[in-house]
Design a protein around this ligand. Structure first.
Ligand SMILES: Nc1ncnc2c1ncn2[C@@H]1O[C@H](COP(=O)(O)OP(=O)(O)OP(=O)(O)O)[C@@H](O)[C@H]1O
Length: 575
C-alpha cells in the first residue's frame, strides 16, 4: 500500500475526526451543509460558463452594431439575478466551518490540557515525527486555521475541477492546440513553483515557533511582573522579549522572501502565458483572415481559467505549506493521546477492584510503583495501602519525588516516567486533589468554592459564609458587601496563604470523602495550619498529604519517608 507523507497522514487523520468519527447527527448535518455548498459551487460554475457565452454574443453583436437594448438588459438582468449566489455560497461555507471548528476544538481541548500536564515532564514521543511545538500553542486558533485552510483549499480544488470540466471543453472547441498548450504550461509552472518554494513548509513552522515563543515571553512577563520588579529584572526581561521579537521578525523576513520569489514567478509566468491565445489563434487562422475579437476574448478568458485551475497547487503553494504546518502540530496532540491510550507498561491507573467508597475500606493502593526523573530513580517498588481513616504524611528532602508521587496517584504520569499500579477510588467527586500552587478559577467567590465538583447537599449561603469565617476569610465577603457573587481576579487580590485557605474551604463546601494535599499550608502560619488540618480531618474520612514541617506530624497517623537515594523509602506509624 502506498505510504502517505507525514503532512498528508496528519491531514487525513484530522479530517477523519470530524467527517468519519464524529456522532451520526453531527456528520449528517455536516454532510447536508457540504451538499448545499457543493450544489451552489456547481451552479456557480455552470452560471459562469453561461455568462461567458452570453458575453461573447453581446460583444459580437456590439461589434456588428447589432446589439439591441433588450439583449443588453437581459445580460444585465442575469448579472443582477446571479449576484447573490456568491453571498449564499460564503454563508453556507461559514456555517460548515463553524460547525467543524466547534467539534474539533472541543475534541482537542481535553487533549490540550492533558498534554500540558503529561507531556511537559518527560518529553513527547511524537516530537521527532511532528516537529517541535511552539510554547504558546493556541489550540482554538490552530483548529480555526486548519478548518479554514482545509475547507478553502478543498473547495478551491473542487471548483478547479468543475471549472476545468466546463472550460476545457470550451477551450478545446475554440482551439485544441490552445488546450494542449494550457496543459503543458501548467505542468511546467507547477514544477518550477514547487522547486522555488520547497522550503516554505519548514519556514512556516519556524515562524510559528518564533511567534509562539515571543507571545510566551510576554505572557510570562505579565504573569510574573511583580516578582520581576522585586528583582529589578526589567532590563533582562526586555532583552529576552526583544531577542524573541528579533527571531520572529527574522523568520518572517526569510519566509516572505521565498514567498515573494514564488509569487513573482507566478505573476510573470501568467503574464507571459496570457499572450498565448492571441499567438496561437492568429497562427492557426487562415492567412490574411482576421481573428474574431469576441472569440479571442472568450479564448483568453477560458485559457486563463484552465491554466490557473491546472496550477491550483502552485497558485496556492503558500496556503498548502501553512496547512501542512498546522496539521502536523494538531496531529502531535492526537498521537500523544493515542500513545498514552495504547502504551503498555508504564504506570497503570485503575479503580479499586473491591466495592470501595465505604468508610473502613482502603481508598488508594500502590503496587510495585517505581518513579524516575530522567535517569535518576526517585521511588523504587513502592507498595502500600493508604489508611482508610486518618492521614498519611509523605515527607522527604526537596527534589526527592513527593510531588511526582502525587502526580502518579492523580494519573498525570500515565504511561511515562515510571511503572507499577495505582488503584484508587475514582468515583466522581470522591477524591479532591489540592496542588502545591493553589488554582483560582475565573468567576465569582461562589464559583471558587464550588470548583470543581459543586456544593455538597445542604450547603447554602449561610454555610458558605460560615466556612469562610472558620478559615479566616470572612473579610473577603465583607469587602464584597456580603455578596458571594462578586467577580474578581482572585489569584491577584488574595495572598498566597489566603488562596491556600480558600482551597481548603472547597473541601468543607464539597465534602469529598478523601483528599490529596500537596504542601497546602506552606504559606500559612502554624495557627492557620492547625485550623486547616482540623477542618480537613473533620470533613474527609482519610487524606494523604505532602509536607516538610514537623508540625504536620500531629495531624497524621502514618508517614511515608522518601529517602532520596536509590529510590528507597520507609513507612512508619506516627504516635
Ligand atoms: N518537568 C520535569 N522534567 C524533568 N524532571 C523533572 C520535571 N519536574 C520535576 N523534575 C525532577 O523530578 C524530581 C522530583 O521532583 P518533585 O517535584 O517530585 O520533588 P519534591 O520532592 O516534590 O520537591 P519539593 O519538596 O522541592 O517540592 C526533581 O529532581 C525534579 O528536578
Amino acid at each position: 500500500m502506498m505510504e502517505l507523507s507525514k503532512p498528508a497522514r496528519a491531514t487525513c487523520t484530522l479530517l477523519r475526526l470530524f467527517w468519519w468519527e464524529s456522532d451520526r447527527s453531527v456528520r449528517a448535518e455536516a454532510v447536508l451543509r457540504l451538499a448545499a455548498v457543493v450544489s451552489v459551487l456547481l451552479f456557480r460554475g455552470k452560471a459562469g460558463v453561461w455568462l461567458s457565452t452570453i458575453r461573447r454574443q453581446q460583444t459580437q453583436e456590439l461589434l456588428r452594431r447589432e446589439a439591441s437594448s433588450r439583449s443588453v438588459l437581459r445580460y444585465l438582468g442575469a448579472l443582477v439575478l446571479l449576484s447573490p449566489v456568491s453571498k449564499i455560497y460564503w454563508r453556507l461555507l461559514r456555517g460548515l466551518r463553524l460547525q467543524w471548528e466547534r467539534h474539533l476544538t472541543q475534541h482537542f481541548l481535553v487533549r490540550f490540557l492533558d498534554a500540558q500536564c503529561l507531556g511537559q515532564r518527560f518529553g513527547r514521543p511524537e516530537q521527532e515525527e511532528c516537529g517541535s511545538r511552539h510554547p504558546d500553542q493556541r489550540i482554538a486558533a490552530d483548529v480555526g486555521k486548519f478548518v479554514q485552510l482545509a475547507t478553502s483549499l478543498s473547495l478551491d480544488s473542487l471548483q478547479a475541477g468543475i471549472d476545468l470540466y466546463f472550460y476545457s471543453a470550451l477551450l478545446r472547441g475554440i482551439s485544441p492546440a490552445l488546450s494542449k498548450t494550457a496543459l503543458l504550461a501548467a505542468a511546467a509552472g507547477t514544477l518550477v513553483v514547487r522547486f522555488l518554494g520547497r522550503n516554505l513548509p519548514a519556514l512556516y513552522g519556524a515562524e510559528r515557533f518564533a511567534d509562539g515563543n515571543f507571545t510566551y515571553v510576554l505572557t510570562r512577563m505579565r504573569e510574573n511582573a511583580e516578582s520581576i520588579a522585586f528583582y529589578g529584572g526589567q532590563q533582562h526581561e526586555v532583552k529576552l522579549a526583544s531577542d524573541a521579537l528579533d527571531l520572529r521578525q527574522n523568520t518572517e523576513w526569510v519566509r516572505l522572501a521565498e514567498k515573494d520569489v514564488v509569487q513573482h514567478f507566478s505573476d510573470q509566468y501568467r503574464q507571459i502565458l496570457s499572450l498565448s491565445p492571441a499567438l496561437l489563434l492568429v497562427q492557426s487562422s487562415a492567412a490574411g483572415a482576421s481573428v474574431d475579437a469576441a472569440v479571442l476574448a472568450q479564448a483568453s478568458e477560458a485559457f486563463d481559467i484552465v491554466t490557473r485551475r491546472l496550477m491550483i497547487l502552485s497558485e496556492n503553494w503558500s496556503d498548502f505549506s501553512r496547512l501542512n504546518t498546522v496539521a502536523l502540530e494538531l496531529y502531535a496532540y492526537h498521537l500523544e493521546q493515542s500513545n498514552l491510550d495504547s502504551s503498555e507498561g508504564g504506570i497503570c491507573l485503575s479503580p479499586l477492584q473491591a466495592d470501595y467508597g465505604h468508610v473502613g475500606q482502603t481508598w488508594l493502593s500502590l503496587e510495585d510503583l517505581s518513579l524516575w526523573a530522567g535517569d535518576r530513580i526517585l521511588v523504587s517498588s513502592l507498595s502500600f495501602a493508604a489508611p482508610s481513616k486518618g492521614g498519611l504524611l509523605i515527607t522527604g528532602q526537596s527534589g526527592s519525588g513527593k510531588t511526582t508521587l502525587l502526580r502518579a496517584i492523580a494519573g498525570l504520569l500515565r504511561g511515562q516516567g515510571g511503572s507499577g499500579h495505582v488503584r484508587r477510588d475514582m468515583a466522581p467527586g470522591h477524591v479532591l486533589f489540592l496542588s502545591q500552587r493553589p488554582y483560582m478559577t475565573l468567576g465569582t467567590l461562589r464559583e471558587q468554592l464550588s470548583y470543581p465538583f459543586g456544593f455538597a447537599a445542604g450547603v447554602d449561603d449561610a454555610a458558605l459564609c460560615g466556612i469562610l469565617k472558620r478559615l479566616g476569610l470572612d473579610h473577603i465577603v465583607l469587602q464584597s458587601k456580603g455578596s458571594l457573587d462578586v467577580v474578581s481576579r482572585w489569584d491577584e487580590i488574595l495572598s498566597l496563604g489566603e488562596q491556600q485557605r480558600l482551597s481548603v474551604a472547597r473541601i468543607l463546601a464539597q465534602r469529598p470523602m478523601y483528599a490529596v494535599l500537596d504542601e497546602i499550608t506552606s504559606a500559612n502560619d502554624p495557627q492557620h495550619e492547625a485550623n486547616m488540618y482540623s477542618c480537613i480531618a473533620l470533613t474527609c474520612s482519610a487524606f494523604l498529604s505532602v509536607g516538610h514541617r514537623a508540625s504536620l506530624e500531629a495531624f497524621h497517623s502514618r508517614r511515608l519517608r522518601l529517602l532520596g537515594t536509590d529510590g528507597r523509602w520507609e513507612l512508619e506509624a506516627l504516635s
